[in-house]
Write a protein that binds this ligand. Structure first.
Ligand code: HEC
Length: 126
């Protein structure tokens, strides 16, 4: 049997879906920095959180030493400036907002990482 197909169909469809998804996204205009980008590399951000030791004290769904990311996301859901506030806590540490235990500063984050982590956590309220 002879195959005459040029490009693999799967790759084409995949590429098209990506274009369609970003186009749909651009149309809604709803917090673009939030969803599309960060959802697609949520896995990468999770490994970043691991690499930065965030998961030593935090878990997604359970309270460990620290509040769960979902509880944090729920408390800040819909709050203006939430991403900035959380990014600041992540970079500079936090105390007195959740309990008696403080979160230390100096977790050795590269520029922009606090922001990415904050937006990733906020995305968990849904
Ligand atoms: C040594 C334990 C520990 C580590 C490591 C840690 N946290 Fe925390 N985190 C806490 C505690 C405890 C709190 C609650 C602080 C408070 O009551 O204000 C907290 C609070 C937070 C909050 C909520 C802050 C607010 O303003 O309400 C966020 C977001 C957060 N952590 C993210 C992270 C991220 C991301 C990392 C990794 C870069 C991280 N944490 C690493 C213990 C930790």
């Amino acid at each position: 049997m002879k195959t005459t197909t040029g490009k693999p169909a799967g790759a084409m469809v995949g590429a098209w879906l990506m274009v369609a998804a970003s186009a749909a996204f651009a149309q809604t205009g709803a917090s673009p920095a939030f969803d599309a980008q960060d959802k697609s590399d949520a896995r990468a951000i999770e490994s970043l959180a691991r690499a930065r030791n965030c998961m030593t004290c935090h878990a997604t769904d359970r309270t460990l030493l620290a509040p769960s990311y979902r509880d944090i996301a729920k408390r800040y859901a819909g709050k203006p400036g939430a991403a900035e506030e959380l990014a600041r806590s992540i970079a500079d540490g936090s105390r007195g907002k959740w309990g008696s235990l403080p979160m230390p500063a100096g977790l050795q984050l590269a520029p922009g990482e606090a922001n990415r982590l904050a937006r990733w956590i906020l995305g968990m309220s849904r």
